[in-house]
Design a protein around this ligand. Structure first.
Ligand code: SAM
Length: 301
């Protein structure tokens, strides 16, 4: 199966350079508020797509079990160091375009700062839909091409691409901004109903972040987030979407962790547990399990 290219974070110091030392406290705190507003307080099992180093994971602790999925093994190792190896966390190295989970497994999923890297966003969103249970909740963050800075730059002739058209813009290789209407159309086409939209990072301007205390910016951003229902012109947008019309999907994953997985190549489940790998009895592929990380990126040789 051919899938779109992956933006590779293997070996990246993203968590340290972008978040811990990158002056992003304002963005991090506004995201925490948005997640608190959108995410169900409790649940059985949540999938965090593109979990990275687990920056947001502690915000999902109301769920009994958290599955952290990322293509980068080193990001997952950083998440393990942050969160530990409790039974609550399941670490999965896999491609968001070919998820290794049975249909209808999760009662919630989040994808924060990840769609940004998707050359084929509808394909990735379709994968999320498949693994959600009936009435499952999906919290999606996307980078918004219709942001004020892009609008002004375009109107002043300083930017070639139009922020008003629906197609994604790839401003750096494998980094995409999306039009809010395109996101709504894709989600709607897959059977999602958008329940809430919040706009974030109203004050993501260097000089404001330098001269105004972060707490003040966070406070005003948290109020303005609610305007997202009416208009979305900030660089970051969060939506809460519910999947409808999947009532026929039987409950999944009731028989322990092994029953969560399917072979990402042929779709067969259950896989056979051989301790250091899971084996597909249909296509015979073997998927490694090493240091607490299930690896579904490439079959073992
Ligand atoms: C910008 S980081 C965001 C990490 C985390 N969600 C956060 O907000 O701190 C993007 C993450 O998406 C992961 N990623 C990118 N493409 C992916 C794919 N096709 N499948 C799975 N993970 C992917 C990267 O490895 C990286 O950890």
């Amino acid at each position: 199966m051919t899938t779109p290219p992956v933006c590779d974070y293997e070996g990246s110091d993203y968590q340290t350079s972008f978040w811990d030392k990158g002056g992003r406290e304002y963005e991090d705190r506004t995201e925490a508020i948005a997640l608190q507003r959108l995410l169900p307080k409790r649940g059985r099992i949540l999938l965090e797509l593109g979990a990275g180093a687990g920056r947001n994971t502690p915000r999902y602790l109301g769920f009994d079990r958290l599955v952290l999925l990322d293509y980068s093994r080193t990001q997952l190792e950083q998440a393990q160091q942050r969160l530990g190896n409790s039974e609550k966390y399941i670490y999965v190295a896999a491609d968001a375009y070919r998820l290794p989970f049975v249909d209808g497994l999760f009662d919630a999923a989040t994808m924060i700062r990840v769609l940004h890297h998707m050359a084929d966003a509808p394909k990735a969103l379709g994968q999320v839909k498949n693994v959600l249970a009936a009435n499952g909740i999906f919290i999606l963050e996307f980078a918004n091409k219709l942001n004020l800075k892009a609008i002004f730059r375009y109107l002043l002739g300083k930017q070639e691409w139009s922020p008003f058209t629906l197609e994604p813009v790839e401003f750096v290789k494998l980094n995409f901004d999306f039009h809010p209407k395109a996101i709504r159309q894709w989600l709607g086409g897959l059977g999602f109903v958008i329940e809430k939209t919040l706009t974030l990072s109203h004050f993501r301007v260097g000089i404001l972040k330098r001269i105004i205390p972060t707490g003040v910016l966070v406070f005003f951003d948290s109020i303005l987030q609610w305007t997202g229902t009416l208009v979305q012109v900030t660089p970051s947008v969060f939506v809460k979407a519910k999947i409808v019309g999947r009532d026929g999907i039987p409950p999944a994953g009731q028989d322990g962790i092994l029953s969560y997985f399917k072979c990402p190549d042929c779709g067969h489940s259950p896989l056979v547990d051989n301790k250091t790998y899971l084996e597909c009895s249909n296509c015979k592929k073997k998927w490694g399990v090493d240091q607490g990380i299930y690896d579904f990126r490439e079959p073992m040789r």
